[in-house]
Design a protein around this ligand. Structure first.
Ligand code: ADP
Ligand code: MG
Length: 363
């Protein structure tokens, strides 16, 4: 099911009563979520991700604008008729019910034509449980299960009514690192297997990048960029997106363009033909540095961190925004690092220039 937003906006009165202006939690969303894909909705805490999900589910009414599921305008359709499955961070299972009863629960209130017999409900619940691979635990209570298993029950419960749209709000936040990794792979598998349009909300860029067909990067209620993860990583439209994606994060320097050359401090580090003279922020991905004795960018070496296949060179530079510059090189090259100053050449496609005032990309 394709989802279309048209100037969708949600405002809340400010929680701080002294501030008169409303908080714009979702600001003028106008874009389309393609059918049958896994979309990662990504952004820092408080940027409006949960509000956006709640508008899609119908738990919240927009202040203005419209939402369509396919060609149907669902803006005023109550939540229970939207065919949306929801999964939250805190599982929200009924503690006194078994796994079977928890998963079956959404089916119990079906009325009229949709009403199901107990056998039908159990069969559907078992089918959903198989999908998330907890069908061997149907008689357990939530307290007798791990966090990962509980979250699977919550996902099965969201799937049991075969929703048109599955919404997952930070579903992995309560799990430990190993389970998080495993469960995110599971979610990707379940999405592919069912083909249900799924929106996965997270503040963790790595999580979103790893499983999403497309990511939507948000800040302060607004969408900053949407696209395939690698595409957004390679072509960030502004400094915020560049800084938000990638571990280790992009290195940001203050620099300037003069006569088609990019300067960081006094050094001309890269030829940037066609870019007019201006002050810029220079974003350099950690993998964008090349160790070269005659390289134009000179940094002060702090230490070398070996990470198996790769080596991370930690250094400093006066023009860098962060206390350290992090570059990643192949471990074969490690013996070429000597103390004192390290010299780098730059891979042009790993260097992004942003206007100093607007922070929009210029190169
Ligand atoms: P996220 O899920 O990205 O962390 P939210 O959607 O929960 O962000 O919140 C977005 C903004 O809207 C925040 O500034 C938050 O304080 C505000 N907000 C969310 N819900 C309400 C509400 N019911 N009343 C007032 N402000 C709210
Ligand atoms: Mg949230």
């Amino acid at each position: 099911m394709k989802i279309v937003f048209e100037n969708l906006t949600k405002k809340f009165p400010n929680r701080n009563k002294k501030i008169k202006e409303d908080v714009i939690a979702v600001n003028n969303f106008t874009f389309e979520i393609p059918d049958g894909r896994l979309i990662g909705l990504l952004g820092p805490s408080g940027c409006g991700k949960s509000t956006a999900l709640n508008l899609i589910s119908g738990l919240l009414k927009p202040s203005s604008g419209k939402i369509y599921f396919g060609d149907d305008d669902v803006t005023n359709l109550p939540a229970e008729y939207r065919g949306v499955g929801l999964v939250f961070q805190n599982y929200a299972l009924y503690p006194h019910l078994t796994v079977l009863e928890n998963i079956r629960f959404p089916l119990e209130n079906l009325k009229g034509r949709d009403k199901l017999s107990k056998e039908e409900m159990n069969a559907r619940a078992l089918e959903a449980a198989r999908l998330v691979q907890i069908d061997g635990l149907m008689d357990r209570k939530p307290s007798e299960m791990s966090g990962g298993q509980q979250q699977r029950v919550a996902i099965a419960r969201a799937l049991v009514k075969t929703p048109r749209v599955l919404l997952l709000d930070e579903p992995l936040s309560n799990l430990d690192a190993r389970l998080r990794l495993q469960t995110r792979e599971e979610i990707s598998r379940i999405q592919k297997q069912t083909g249900i349009t799924t929106i996965f909300v997270t503040h963790d860029q790595e999580e979103a990048m790893s499983i999403s067909d497309e990511i939507v990067v948000m800040k302060d209620g607004s969408v900053h960029q949407m696209g395939r993860p690698q595409e957004v990583y390679n072509n960030p439209q502004n400094l915020f997106v560049a800084k938000f994606l990638g571990t280790p994060p992009i290195n940001v320097f203050e620099g300037r363009v003069e006569g088609g050359d990019l300067y960081i401090g006094g050094e001309a580090v890269l030829s940037v033909p066609g870019v007019e003279d201006r002050r810029v922020y220079v974003g350099i991905r950690p993998e964008g540095f090349l160790l070269r004795e005659d390289g134009p960018l000179s940094c002060h070496l702090l230490r070398v961190e070996v990470m198996g296949r790769d080596v991370s060179i930690v250094s400093t530079h006066d023009c860098c925004q962060a206390p350290t510059v992090r570059s990643i090189i192949s471990s074969d090259e490690e013996d070429r690092v000597t103390g004192g100053i390290v010299h780098f050449a730059l891979k042009p496609h790993k260097v992004h220039l942003f206007d100093f005032d607007t922070e929009e990309r210029v190169y």
